[in-house]
Design a protein around this ligand. Structure first.
Ligand code: FVH
Length: 296
């Protein structure tokens, strides 16, 4: 940083895209003392941030021109491409941190486009909901241009803990999608559990404490246990083997049918379990499912 560089908390930032997440990001930057310029397609969304001290930009170009660090948080990377494609001249020499959810390939394409135009590109994956921003437990994965990331890391730390995952721009998106996959898997299981218990008239709030404790206990065992089994190649278990799991599976599907509940979970698990057992892995634990997912 040059000698004239403002102190970390005074470094200007622009945020383009003020949906639920972009607004939370801009508010966190303002709270940390950063001069923050904001732009949103629907201009009315700048109002609450301007009331907190943000400067509204009339156009995306003005938003980009206001700061060396530009943060984008739009719905999709198609939106990002559409918004920034006409702004390469304004972006040249600046850092674009893209916190829009996307695929690793999209991130790499955007990084290549940015490099072509002299733009430092960092891709990010936000592991938080808007209410968690700048609070405990929130973190953001970053990958791409490491020098740009290092130059702006202190500013980005105002949003959430920072986790650098590598110079391949696609890595943050990959890690993000893998983590979200775990979340969606849990989410559909939780929805299935509430649907089943609700079919017997049990209020969800009465069941919630039991389900919470159960999911936490299982997560604490399954997540590190599966990692250990994958890394060691040792899937044999004395906890809960695949043969037993396959044998009891009809208990779930029959009960769902009797209770008028659709099956959103076991339809995909059953063929994996059947194949694993057929291939001689019946004594293995659920960690063997990872191998089943790798092969057709
Ligand atoms: N909300 C969350 O919990 C998750 C947490 C993890 C990260 N995701 C990702 O963040 C991106 C934005 O999510 P969001 O929750 O802020 O989404 P919305 O509130 O729907 O806001 C979307 C903003 O994008 C703007 N926008 C959409 N299309 C365009 C376009 N073609 N040109 C310019 N801007 C566009 C939209 O503008 P407007 O509708 O207000 O005019 C909003 O500012 C997303 O990738 C999540 O997966 C959030």
């Amino acid at each position: 940083m040059p000698a004239t560089d403002p102190t970390p908390a005074a470094r200007p930032v622009s945020v383009l895209g003020l949906g639920m997440m972009g607004s939370a990001l801009a508010a966190a930057l303002l709270k940390a003392g950063h001069p923050t310029t904001v732009w949103n397609r629907t201009a009315a969304k700048t109002g609450p941030l301007v009331a907190q001290g943000a400067t509204p930009a009339d156009t995306p170009a003005a938003g980009v021109a206001a700061s060396p660090l530009v943060i984008a948080c739009l719905t999709t990377n198609d939106n990002v491409r559409e918004l920034f494609a006409p702004l390469t001249a304004e972006l040249r020499g600046r850092t674009l941190v893209n916190l829009t959810n996307g695929t690793p390939s999209q991130a790499r394409e955007l990084a290549a486009w940015a490099a072509e135009h002299g733009i430092a590109y960092v891709d990010g994956g936000i592991m938080a909901v808007p209410q968690m921003i700048a609070g405990p437990g929130a973190y953001i994965l970053y990958s791409g241009d490491e020098a740009a990331y290092a130059a702006h890391r202190d500013t980005l730390a105002a949003l959430a803990d920072t986790r650098w995952v590598g110079t391949d721009a696609g890595r943050a998106a990959l890690w993000d999608l893998a983590l979200l996959t775990g979340m969606y898997g849990m989410g559909i299981g939780v929805a299935q559990a509430y649907a089943l218990i609700g079919s017997a008239g049990v209020p969800a709030k009465d069941f919630a404490p039991l389900l919470t404790d159960w999911v936490i206990a299982m997560t604490q065992g399954i997540v590190p246990g599966t990692a250990e089994a994958i890394d060691s190649g040792q899937h044999l278990t004395d906890v809960s083997n695949l043969e037993m799991n396959l044998a009891v599976l009809p208990n779930f599907t029959e009960t769902f049918a009797e209770h008028g509940v659709a099956d959103a979970v076991f339809g995909s698990l059953r063929p994996l379990l059947e194949r694993a057992v057929a291939e001689g892995h019946g004594a293995d634990g659920l960690s063997r499912m990872v191998d089943m997912l790798k092969t057709p």
